[in-house]
Design a protein around this ligand. Structure first.
Ligand code: ASP
Ligand code: MG
Length: 471
Protein backbone atom coordinates (compact mmCIF):
# COMPACT_ATOMS: atom_id res chain seq x y z
CA UNK A 1 0.00 0.00 0.00
CA UNK A 2 1.21 3.45 -0.91
CA UNK A 3 0.73 6.24 1.64
CA UNK A 4 1.49 9.92 1.36
CA UNK A 5 1.40 11.91 4.57
CA UNK A 6 1.79 15.52 5.50
CA UNK A 7 3.01 17.12 8.71
CA UNK A 8 2.49 20.84 9.25
CA UNK A 9 4.63 23.30 11.17
CA UNK A 10 2.96 22.78 14.53
CA UNK A 11 3.52 19.03 14.31
CA UNK A 12 7.27 19.76 14.26
CA UNK A 13 7.25 22.70 16.63
CA UNK A 14 10.37 21.52 18.46
CA UNK A 15 12.97 18.78 18.62
CA UNK A 16 10.99 16.24 20.60
CA UNK A 17 8.17 16.68 18.10
CA UNK A 18 10.49 15.74 15.24
CA UNK A 19 11.30 12.56 17.15
CA UNK A 20 7.62 11.87 17.72
CA UNK A 21 6.79 12.43 14.05
CA UNK A 22 9.68 10.16 13.06
CA UNK A 23 8.11 7.39 15.18
CA UNK A 24 4.77 7.84 13.43
CA UNK A 25 6.54 7.60 10.08
CA UNK A 26 8.35 4.50 11.30
CA UNK A 27 5.08 2.82 12.19
CA UNK A 28 4.00 3.10 8.55
CA UNK A 29 7.31 2.66 6.81
CA UNK A 30 7.66 -1.01 7.65
CA UNK A 31 4.50 -2.08 5.93
CA UNK A 32 3.79 0.74 3.45
CA UNK A 33 5.47 2.64 0.69
CA UNK A 34 5.71 5.92 2.54
CA UNK A 35 6.19 9.46 1.31
CA UNK A 36 6.18 12.38 3.74
CA UNK A 37 5.62 16.05 3.00
CA UNK A 38 6.80 18.44 5.66
CA UNK A 39 6.26 22.15 6.32
CA UNK A 40 8.60 24.66 7.89
CA UNK A 41 8.76 24.69 11.70
CA UNK A 42 5.89 26.73 13.10
CA UNK A 43 6.38 30.47 12.66
CA UNK A 44 9.51 30.25 10.49
CA UNK A 45 7.84 31.18 7.18
CA UNK A 46 6.42 34.33 8.79
CA UNK A 47 9.84 35.24 10.19
CA UNK A 48 11.44 34.76 6.79
CA UNK A 49 8.89 37.01 5.10
CA UNK A 50 9.34 39.62 7.78
CA UNK A 51 13.11 39.60 7.44
CA UNK A 52 12.93 39.74 3.63
CA UNK A 53 10.70 42.78 3.87
CA UNK A 54 12.98 44.47 6.34
CA UNK A 55 16.01 43.66 4.17
CA UNK A 56 14.39 45.52 1.33
CA UNK A 57 14.08 48.62 3.48
CA UNK A 58 16.73 49.18 6.05
CA UNK A 59 18.60 46.46 7.77
CA UNK A 60 22.12 46.31 9.10
CA UNK A 61 24.47 43.42 8.52
CA UNK A 62 24.44 42.78 12.26
CA UNK A 63 20.67 42.45 12.43
CA UNK A 64 20.75 40.07 9.50
CA UNK A 65 23.49 38.05 11.14
CA UNK A 66 21.48 37.81 14.34
CA UNK A 67 18.46 36.61 12.44
CA UNK A 68 20.48 33.88 10.73
CA UNK A 69 22.07 32.88 14.04
CA UNK A 70 18.67 32.63 15.71
CA UNK A 71 17.38 30.40 12.95
CA UNK A 72 20.50 28.27 13.11
CA UNK A 73 20.17 27.91 16.88
CA UNK A 74 16.53 26.92 16.66
CA UNK A 75 17.10 24.28 13.99
CA UNK A 76 20.29 22.92 15.52
CA UNK A 77 18.49 22.51 18.81
CA UNK A 78 15.68 20.60 17.12
CA UNK A 79 18.23 18.40 15.36
CA UNK A 80 20.11 17.70 18.58
CA UNK A 81 16.94 16.82 20.41
CA UNK A 82 15.72 14.40 17.80
CA UNK A 83 18.88 12.72 16.48
CA UNK A 84 21.28 10.87 18.75
CA UNK A 85 23.41 9.16 16.11
CA UNK A 86 26.51 11.31 15.91
CA UNK A 87 27.16 10.81 12.20
CA UNK A 88 23.64 11.56 11.16
CA UNK A 89 23.57 14.61 13.41
CA UNK A 90 26.82 15.89 11.87
CA UNK A 91 25.42 15.54 8.40
CA UNK A 92 22.26 17.41 9.33
CA UNK A 93 24.19 20.15 11.10
CA UNK A 94 26.34 20.67 8.07
CA UNK A 95 23.31 20.90 5.82
CA UNK A 96 21.64 23.41 8.13
CA UNK A 97 24.75 25.57 8.25
CA UNK A 98 25.20 25.55 4.47
CA UNK A 99 21.55 26.30 3.86
CA UNK A 100 21.62 29.23 6.23
CA UNK A 101 24.77 30.60 4.64
CA UNK A 102 22.90 30.62 1.38
CA UNK A 103 19.94 32.39 3.01
CA UNK A 104 22.26 35.03 4.38
CA UNK A 105 23.66 35.68 0.91
CA UNK A 106 20.17 35.98 -0.52
CA UNK A 107 19.09 38.44 2.18
CA UNK A 108 22.25 40.50 1.73
CA UNK A 109 21.45 40.63 -1.98
CA UNK A 110 17.98 41.94 -1.25
CA UNK A 111 19.31 44.53 1.17
CA UNK A 112 21.87 45.76 -1.36
CA UNK A 113 19.38 46.01 -4.18
CA UNK A 114 16.62 47.29 -1.88
CA UNK A 115 14.29 45.31 -4.02
CA UNK A 116 12.12 42.35 -3.16
CA UNK A 117 10.56 40.82 -6.24
CA UNK A 118 7.98 38.07 -5.81
CA UNK A 119 10.58 35.73 -7.23
CA UNK A 120 13.10 36.70 -4.55
CA UNK A 121 10.43 36.43 -1.88
CA UNK A 122 9.66 32.86 -2.93
CA UNK A 123 13.31 32.04 -2.74
CA UNK A 124 13.46 33.40 0.82
CA UNK A 125 10.26 31.63 1.87
CA UNK A 126 11.59 28.32 0.59
CA UNK A 127 14.21 28.20 3.34
CA UNK A 128 11.73 27.24 6.06
CA UNK A 129 11.03 23.90 4.45
CA UNK A 130 14.62 23.50 3.30
CA UNK A 131 15.66 23.65 6.95
CA UNK A 132 13.00 21.44 8.49
CA UNK A 133 13.29 18.65 5.91
CA UNK A 134 16.85 17.50 6.68
CA UNK A 135 16.04 17.44 10.39
CA UNK A 136 13.08 15.15 9.85
CA UNK A 137 15.21 13.06 7.52
CA UNK A 138 17.81 12.73 10.29
CA UNK A 139 15.22 11.86 12.91
CA UNK A 140 13.83 9.10 10.70
CA UNK A 141 17.25 7.78 9.71
CA UNK A 142 18.08 7.72 13.39
CA UNK A 143 15.45 4.97 13.69
CA UNK A 144 17.31 2.89 11.12
CA UNK A 145 14.88 3.38 8.30
CA UNK A 146 16.25 3.71 4.77
CA UNK A 147 15.24 7.27 3.95
CA UNK A 148 16.04 10.03 1.47
CA UNK A 149 15.00 13.67 1.28
CA UNK A 150 14.20 15.96 -1.60
CA UNK A 151 12.82 19.45 -2.16
CA UNK A 152 9.44 19.71 -3.86
CA UNK A 153 11.17 20.62 -7.10
CA UNK A 154 13.63 17.76 -6.87
CA UNK A 155 10.68 15.47 -6.29
CA UNK A 156 9.29 16.66 -9.62
CA UNK A 157 6.76 19.43 -8.89
CA UNK A 158 7.05 21.89 -11.77
CA UNK A 159 4.90 25.01 -11.76
CA UNK A 160 4.09 28.12 -13.73
CA UNK A 161 5.83 31.38 -12.83
CA UNK A 162 3.13 32.76 -10.63
CA UNK A 163 5.51 33.32 -7.73
CA UNK A 164 3.86 33.21 -4.34
CA UNK A 165 0.92 31.23 -5.59
CA UNK A 166 2.26 28.95 -8.27
CA UNK A 167 0.19 26.24 -9.93
CA UNK A 168 1.58 22.92 -11.04
CA UNK A 169 1.98 22.15 -14.71
CA UNK A 170 0.31 18.82 -14.32
CA UNK A 171 1.50 16.78 -17.26
CA UNK A 172 5.14 17.64 -16.70
CA UNK A 173 4.91 17.23 -12.94
CA UNK A 174 3.19 13.85 -12.99
CA UNK A 175 5.80 12.41 -15.29
CA UNK A 176 8.70 13.80 -13.31
CA UNK A 177 7.26 12.82 -9.95
CA UNK A 178 6.72 9.25 -11.08
CA UNK A 179 10.18 9.04 -12.62
CA UNK A 180 11.80 10.31 -9.45
CA UNK A 181 9.80 8.67 -6.73
CA UNK A 182 8.74 5.27 -8.01
CA UNK A 183 12.30 3.87 -8.30
CA UNK A 184 13.05 5.10 -4.78
CA UNK A 185 9.93 3.41 -3.45
CA UNK A 186 10.86 0.23 -5.26
CA UNK A 187 14.18 0.31 -3.46
CA UNK A 188 12.17 0.49 -0.22
CA UNK A 189 13.18 4.03 0.63
CA UNK A 190 10.94 6.22 2.71
CA UNK A 191 10.93 9.65 1.08
CA UNK A 192 10.78 12.97 2.90
CA UNK A 193 9.88 15.95 0.71
CA UNK A 194 9.81 19.67 1.51
CA UNK A 195 6.26 20.86 1.16
CA UNK A 196 5.18 24.27 -0.14
CA UNK A 197 8.07 24.69 -2.56
CA UNK A 198 8.41 23.76 -6.18
CA UNK A 199 10.15 25.20 -9.23
CA UNK A 200 9.55 26.53 -12.70
CA UNK A 201 10.63 24.68 -15.81
CA UNK A 202 13.82 26.74 -15.67
CA UNK A 203 14.44 25.69 -12.10
CA UNK A 204 13.51 28.96 -10.35
CA UNK A 205 12.06 28.34 -6.91
CA UNK A 206 8.32 28.90 -6.55
CA UNK A 207 5.90 28.46 -3.67
CA UNK A 208 2.37 27.11 -3.78
CA UNK A 209 0.67 29.72 -1.60
CA UNK A 210 0.65 29.99 2.20
CA UNK A 211 -0.20 26.74 3.89
CA UNK A 212 0.71 25.04 0.61
CA UNK A 213 2.17 21.84 2.04
CA UNK A 214 -1.32 20.30 1.96
CA UNK A 215 -1.37 21.03 -1.73
CA UNK A 216 2.10 19.51 -2.16
CA UNK A 217 0.81 16.32 -0.52
CA UNK A 218 -2.16 16.23 -2.86
CA UNK A 219 0.04 16.80 -5.92
CA UNK A 220 2.43 14.05 -4.93
CA UNK A 221 -0.36 11.72 -3.75
CA UNK A 222 -2.35 11.96 -6.94
CA UNK A 223 0.70 11.84 -9.19
CA UNK A 224 2.00 8.59 -7.77
CA UNK A 225 -1.49 7.13 -7.34
CA UNK A 226 -1.36 6.78 -3.59
CA UNK A 227 -3.96 4.63 -1.88
CA UNK A 228 -4.18 7.00 0.99
CA UNK A 229 -3.20 10.55 1.89
CA UNK A 230 -2.99 11.33 5.59
CA UNK A 231 -2.97 14.91 6.80
CA UNK A 232 -1.54 15.00 10.30
CA UNK A 233 -2.89 17.98 12.20
CA UNK A 234 -3.18 19.36 15.69
CA UNK A 235 -6.84 18.47 15.96
CA UNK A 236 -8.35 15.03 15.90
CA UNK A 237 -9.79 15.06 12.43
CA UNK A 238 -12.19 17.57 10.99
CA UNK A 239 -14.28 19.17 13.70
CA UNK A 240 -17.89 20.27 13.67
CA UNK A 241 -16.69 23.80 14.36
CA UNK A 242 -13.80 25.80 15.74
CA UNK A 243 -13.24 24.52 19.30
CA UNK A 244 -12.04 27.96 20.34
CA UNK A 245 -15.52 29.26 19.69
CA UNK A 246 -17.46 26.17 20.80
CA UNK A 247 -15.69 23.89 23.27
CA UNK A 248 -18.24 21.19 22.57
CA UNK A 249 -17.01 20.74 18.98
CA UNK A 250 -16.81 17.07 17.92
CA UNK A 251 -14.79 15.11 15.39
CA UNK A 252 -16.70 14.29 12.22
CA UNK A 253 -15.91 10.62 11.52
CA UNK A 254 -16.67 10.69 7.80
CA UNK A 255 -17.08 13.44 5.21
CA UNK A 256 -17.51 13.53 1.47
CA UNK A 257 -14.91 15.21 -0.73
CA UNK A 258 -17.49 17.90 -1.48
CA UNK A 259 -18.16 18.60 2.18
CA UNK A 260 -14.48 18.79 2.95
CA UNK A 261 -14.03 21.16 0.03
CA UNK A 262 -16.75 23.47 1.28
CA UNK A 263 -15.17 23.49 4.71
CA UNK A 264 -11.73 24.15 3.31
CA UNK A 265 -13.05 27.14 1.38
CA UNK A 266 -14.56 28.39 4.54
CA UNK A 267 -11.28 28.73 6.23
CA UNK A 268 -11.82 25.76 8.52
CA UNK A 269 -8.01 25.60 8.37
CA UNK A 270 -8.24 21.87 8.12
CA UNK A 271 -7.19 21.37 4.56
CA UNK A 272 -5.93 23.84 2.04
CA UNK A 273 -8.80 24.41 -0.43
CA UNK A 274 -6.63 23.65 -3.43
CA UNK A 275 -5.60 20.28 -2.14
CA UNK A 276 -8.89 18.48 -2.57
CA UNK A 277 -9.51 19.21 -6.23
CA UNK A 278 -6.85 16.89 -7.65
CA UNK A 279 -7.85 14.20 -5.17
CA UNK A 280 -11.52 14.52 -6.14
CA UNK A 281 -10.63 13.98 -9.76
CA UNK A 282 -9.07 10.61 -8.92
CA UNK A 283 -12.01 9.40 -6.88
CA UNK A 284 -10.16 6.47 -5.41
CA UNK A 285 -7.87 7.99 -2.85
CA UNK A 286 -8.84 7.75 0.77
CA UNK A 287 -8.04 10.92 2.67
CA UNK A 288 -7.56 10.87 6.40
CA UNK A 289 -7.15 13.71 8.83
CA UNK A 290 -5.44 12.55 12.00
CA UNK A 291 -3.99 14.12 15.11
CA UNK A 292 -0.19 14.05 15.36
CA UNK A 293 -0.43 14.16 19.11
CA UNK A 294 -3.06 11.40 19.37
CA UNK A 295 -2.02 9.07 16.59
CA UNK A 296 -4.23 6.24 17.80
CA UNK A 297 -7.44 8.25 17.53
CA UNK A 298 -9.36 7.48 14.35
CA UNK A 299 -9.70 11.06 13.15
CA UNK A 300 -11.81 11.73 10.07
CA UNK A 301 -11.94 10.03 6.73
CA UNK A 302 -12.82 11.86 3.55
CA UNK A 303 -14.32 9.71 0.83
CA UNK A 304 -15.88 10.39 -2.58
CA UNK A 305 -19.39 10.44 -1.15
CA UNK A 306 -21.14 9.75 2.12
CA UNK A 307 -24.73 8.79 2.67
CA UNK A 308 -27.05 11.65 3.23
CA UNK A 309 -28.02 11.60 6.85
CA UNK A 310 -30.93 13.13 8.59
CA UNK A 311 -28.52 15.11 10.68
CA UNK A 312 -28.63 17.67 7.89
CA UNK A 313 -25.65 19.85 8.78
CA UNK A 314 -22.25 18.46 9.57
CA UNK A 315 -20.29 21.53 10.42
CA UNK A 316 -20.47 25.23 11.08
CA UNK A 317 -17.52 27.26 9.92
CA UNK A 318 -16.57 30.84 10.28
CA UNK A 319 -14.28 33.05 8.30
CA UNK A 320 -12.92 36.08 10.10
CA UNK A 321 -10.91 38.95 8.63
CA UNK A 322 -13.40 39.51 5.87
CA UNK A 323 -15.16 42.58 4.52
CA UNK A 324 -18.05 43.43 2.22
CA UNK A 325 -17.79 45.65 -0.82
CA UNK A 326 -21.12 46.82 -2.13
CA UNK A 327 -21.47 48.27 -5.58
CA UNK A 328 -24.75 49.85 -6.57
CA UNK A 329 -26.69 52.14 -8.84
CA UNK A 330 -30.09 52.11 -10.53
CA UNK A 331 -28.47 51.99 -13.97
CA UNK A 332 -27.17 48.54 -13.21
CA UNK A 333 -30.67 47.18 -13.62
CA UNK A 334 -31.07 45.26 -16.83
CA UNK A 335 -27.60 46.17 -18.13
CA UNK A 336 -25.93 43.07 -19.53
CA UNK A 337 -22.24 42.73 -18.85
CA UNK A 338 -22.17 44.94 -15.80
CA UNK A 339 -21.34 42.07 -13.45
CA UNK A 340 -18.47 41.01 -15.70
CA UNK A 341 -17.20 44.55 -15.61
CA UNK A 342 -17.41 44.73 -11.85
CA UNK A 343 -15.65 41.43 -11.33
CA UNK A 344 -13.01 42.47 -13.81
CA UNK A 345 -12.12 45.20 -11.34
CA UNK A 346 -11.73 42.62 -8.57
CA UNK A 347 -9.40 40.69 -10.79
CA UNK A 348 -7.41 43.80 -11.58
CA UNK A 349 -7.08 44.51 -7.86
CA UNK A 350 -5.96 40.89 -7.38
CA UNK A 351 -8.68 40.47 -4.75
CA UNK A 352 -10.05 37.02 -4.20
CA UNK A 353 -13.85 36.93 -4.20
CA UNK A 354 -15.18 34.91 -1.29
CA UNK A 355 -18.93 35.31 -1.60
CA UNK A 356 -21.31 37.14 -3.90
CA UNK A 357 -24.89 38.19 -3.67
CA UNK A 358 -27.14 40.16 -5.95
CA UNK A 359 -30.74 40.79 -5.20
CA UNK A 360 -33.19 40.31 -8.05
CA UNK A 361 -33.75 44.05 -8.19
CA UNK A 362 -30.23 44.05 -9.68
CA UNK A 363 -29.55 47.46 -8.20
CA UNK A 364 -26.53 46.32 -6.23
CA UNK A 365 -24.01 43.56 -5.92
CA UNK A 366 -22.34 42.71 -2.62
CA UNK A 367 -19.07 40.90 -2.57
CA UNK A 368 -17.12 39.50 0.36
CA UNK A 369 -13.35 39.69 0.15
CA UNK A 370 -10.47 39.38 2.57
CA UNK A 371 -10.32 42.44 4.76
CA UNK A 372 -6.85 43.31 3.55
CA UNK A 373 -8.15 43.53 -0.03
CA UNK A 374 -10.88 46.10 0.64
CA UNK A 375 -8.99 49.34 0.13
CA UNK A 376 -7.23 48.45 -3.08
CA UNK A 377 -10.38 46.94 -4.60
CA UNK A 378 -12.47 49.99 -3.75
CA UNK A 379 -9.85 52.14 -5.41
CA UNK A 380 -9.83 50.08 -8.61
CA UNK A 381 -13.64 50.00 -8.71
CA UNK A 382 -13.84 53.75 -8.36
CA UNK A 383 -11.24 54.27 -11.06
CA UNK A 384 -12.93 51.79 -13.39
CA UNK A 385 -16.34 53.38 -13.15
CA UNK A 386 -15.31 57.02 -12.73
CA UNK A 387 -16.62 58.10 -16.13
CA UNK A 388 -19.66 55.89 -16.41
CA UNK A 389 -23.16 56.25 -15.08
CA UNK A 390 -23.70 52.65 -14.11
CA UNK A 391 -22.25 52.70 -10.64
CA UNK A 392 -23.43 55.32 -8.23
CA UNK A 393 -21.64 54.13 -5.15
CA UNK A 394 -18.99 51.79 -3.85
CA UNK A 395 -19.24 51.12 -0.14
CA UNK A 396 -17.44 48.81 2.21
CA UNK A 397 -17.80 47.33 5.64
CA UNK A 398 -14.81 45.82 7.34
CA UNK A 399 -16.01 44.41 10.65
CA UNK A 400 -17.85 41.34 9.44
CA UNK A 401 -17.36 37.58 9.29
CA UNK A 402 -18.83 34.84 7.13
CA UNK A 403 -20.60 31.89 8.71
CA UNK A 404 -21.14 28.71 6.72
CA UNK A 405 -23.39 25.77 7.53
CA UNK A 406 -22.16 22.76 5.58
CA UNK A 407 -23.42 19.26 4.85
CA UNK A 408 -24.55 16.95 2.04
CA UNK A 409 -27.73 16.57 4.07
CA UNK A 410 -28.66 20.17 3.27
CA UNK A 411 -29.39 19.15 -0.28
CA UNK A 412 -33.08 19.02 -0.95
CA UNK A 413 -34.01 19.16 2.71
CA UNK A 414 -36.76 21.73 3.21
CA UNK A 415 -36.62 23.94 6.25
CA UNK A 416 -32.87 24.09 6.69
CA UNK A 417 -32.61 27.77 5.86
CA UNK A 418 -35.47 28.52 8.24
CA UNK A 419 -33.69 26.61 10.98
CA UNK A 420 -30.42 28.43 10.36
CA UNK A 421 -31.87 31.91 10.44
CA UNK A 422 -34.21 31.20 13.30
CA UNK A 423 -31.32 30.00 15.44
CA UNK A 424 -29.38 33.14 14.67
CA UNK A 425 -32.35 35.48 15.10
CA UNK A 426 -33.12 34.00 18.50
CA UNK A 427 -29.77 35.28 19.69
CA UNK A 428 -30.56 38.73 18.38
CA UNK A 429 -27.86 38.55 15.71
CA UNK A 430 -28.46 40.58 12.58
CA UNK A 431 -27.76 38.94 9.20
CA UNK A 432 -26.14 41.30 6.68
CA UNK A 433 -25.91 39.16 3.57
CA UNK A 434 -26.86 35.64 2.49
CA UNK A 435 -25.73 33.23 -0.22
CA UNK A 436 -26.40 29.63 -1.04
CA UNK A 437 -24.55 27.90 -3.81
CA UNK A 438 -26.76 25.89 -6.10
CA UNK A 439 -24.92 22.78 -4.94
CA UNK A 440 -26.95 23.33 -1.76
CA UNK A 441 -24.02 22.00 0.19
CA UNK A 442 -23.77 25.11 2.25
CA UNK A 443 -25.67 28.14 3.37
CA UNK A 444 -23.44 31.10 4.06
CA UNK A 445 -24.23 34.41 5.57
CA UNK A 446 -22.50 37.45 6.94
CA UNK A 447 -22.79 38.89 10.43
CA UNK A 448 -20.85 41.50 12.35
CA UNK A 449 -17.56 40.09 13.55
CA UNK A 450 -18.45 40.57 17.20
CA UNK A 451 -21.50 38.32 16.70
CA UNK A 452 -19.56 35.52 15.00
CA UNK A 453 -18.99 33.33 18.06
CA UNK A 454 -22.56 33.71 19.23
CA UNK A 455 -23.95 32.72 15.84
CA UNK A 456 -21.64 29.70 15.62
CA UNK A 457 -22.70 28.44 19.03
CA UNK A 458 -26.38 28.96 18.25
CA UNK A 459 -26.09 26.92 15.05
CA UNK A 460 -23.98 24.21 16.62
CA UNK A 461 -26.70 23.76 19.17
CA UNK A 462 -29.62 24.04 16.74
CA UNK A 463 -28.19 21.25 14.57
CA UNK A 464 -27.22 19.20 17.63
CA UNK A 465 -23.66 18.92 16.43
CA UNK A 466 -22.22 18.74 19.90
CA UNK A 467 -24.15 15.71 21.01
CA UNK A 468 -24.82 13.40 18.15
CA UNK A 469 -22.21 11.20 16.61
CA UNK A 470 -22.40 12.14 12.99
CA UNK A 471 -22.08 9.54 10.29
N1 ASP B 1 5.42 26.96 5.58
C1 ASP B 1 4.42 27.38 4.65
C2 ASP B 1 3.50 28.39 5.32
O1 ASP B 1 3.63 28.66 6.50
C3 ASP B 1 3.65 26.25 4.07
C4 ASP B 1 2.83 25.43 5.04
O2 ASP B 1 2.87 25.65 6.25
O3 ASP B 1 2.13 24.53 4.58
O4 ASP B 1 2.66 28.93 4.68
MG1 MG C 1 3.05 26.82 8.11
Amino acid sequence: MRVVMKFGGTSIGNGSNFGHVAKIINSYAESHETIVLVSAMAGVTDQLIDCAERSQKDITKEVLRDFIQELLKKHLKAAEESIDDEFILKEVEQKLTETLEELERVLIGISLLKELSSQAKDKVMSFGERLSTPILWGAVKNLNIPVVYLTGYEAGIVTDERFGNARPIWNISIEKIQKTLVPLLEQRYTIIISGFIAGTEDGLITTLGRGGTDFSAAIIGTSIEADEIIFWKETTGVLTTDPNLEPNAQTIPSLSYAEAMELAYFGAKILHPKCLQPVMERENILVRVKNTFKPDAEGSIIVPATEQVENVAKAVSVLFNAGIIEVGGAEMIGTPGIAAHIFGAFEKADANVIMISQSSSEANISVVVNRSDIRKTEKVLKETFAYTNYIKYVRSEDDICVIGVVGEGLKGTPGVAAKVFQAVAQKGVNVRMIAQGSSELNISFVVKEKDGGLAVRALHEAFELGEKIIK
